[in-house]
Design a protein around this ligand. Structure first.
Ligand SMILES: [Fe+2]
Length: 299
């Protein structure tokens, strides 16, 4: 049976039906999924029954997998394998985390608008998040369409931000929540990296903003001016008309395009309910400055 694509809006977010991701896709099926991904940015696959290996096999069709940054946290007993980012509220013993645990403080950053791995020199191309357990209340994921947000900017703003390069670091996003307890290995392995503020989306050739809570500075701008501009762009891009909210069901797999969207998790009672979400992440092909040919001035 042919795959069915059901758009949520004409350009952003679509459900994909009549597909079983537990089985390898044919090249023709994969081409349909890939085309939908490049067009809609967020794809929802319902009622998928996946082991970790099947989840990863599907993700690998889109490119090389990332390793979770949890390996730098020195967590000796990861709950999941290193190619999977554990986005749950569970510790290595599979219990709900403690109120004061470092893991909880660190993961609360996922409630801020961000795009995955923009703090890496080669950031993420796409993320594939699979729901194994969800809370009955809250814990949704919101997605913002940064291509549409770019299109809607006034011409003057487009001219102002063209060619600008921001500096992204996971320390910047965590600092916004008062978290600063990075160990030496984390600081060494994850220094701030330059990312263009406007990029051309490789799959559609549309222009897009590329912003995240990980962005903390803009090269060549005074700090207060940079923070104001980043806050304004984020407020613009996350207006209701650019946002799709996904309300999870168990066994949903949602994939999104990290090159042209931001996302955030919404609140839930994380000390009461289990939320077991596991993410495979695919790397982009090159640093954004290299892709855009931007000349990065010395910081
Ligand atoms: Fe994320």
């Amino acid at each position: 049976m042919a795959i069915t694509i059901m758009p949520v809006t004409p350009d952003f977010a679509a459900e994909v039906h009549d597909i079983d991701l537990a089985k390898p896709l044919t090249d023709a099926e994969f081409a349909e999924v890939e085309a939908a991904f490049e067009k809609y940015s967020v794809l929802v696959f319902c009622d998928q029954h996946l082991e970790a290996e099947q989840h990863l096999d599907f993700a690998r069709r889109f490119g090389p997998l990332e390793t979770s940054i949890a390996v730098y946290r020195g967590d000796e007993n990861l709950r999941v394998r290193p190619e999977i980012a554990d986005v749950s509220n569970l510790n290595a013993r599979d219990q709900i985390w403690g109120e004061k645990s470092r893991l909880r403080m660190f993961q609360l950053g996922n409630r801020l608008w961000h795009t995955d791995s923009s703090f890496k020199r080669v950031p993420a191309k796409c993320s594939l998040l699979y729901a194994r357990a969800i809370p009955p209340i809250g814990g949704h994921t919101e997605f913002a369409d940064l291509r549409a947000a770019y299109d809607a900017l006034p011409g003057e703003t487009k001219r102002r931000i063209e060619g600008l390069v921001a500096e992204h670091s996971i320390q910047y996003s965590r600092a916004k929540l008062g978290f600063a307890q990075f160990n030496e290995e984390e600081k060494r392995e994850m220094p701030p990296v330059p990312q263009v503020l406007v990029r051309t989306h490789a799959g559609s050739k549309r222009k897009t903003l590329y912003i995240a809570s990980h962005a903390g500075r803009i090269i060549g701008l005074a700090q207060d001016e940079a923070e104001k501009l980043l806050a304004e762009l984020t407020a613009h891009a996350t207006q209701r008309q650019f946002v799709y909210t996904h309300r999870w069901r168990v066994h949903d797999l949602v994939m999104w395009d990290d090159r042209c969207t931001m996302h955030r998790g919404t609140e839930f009672d994380d000390l009461r309910w289990r939320r077991d979400m596991q993410r495979a992440t695919v790397s982009d092909t090159a640093p954004t400055c290299e892709q855009e040919g931007a000349r990065v001035a010395a910081a």
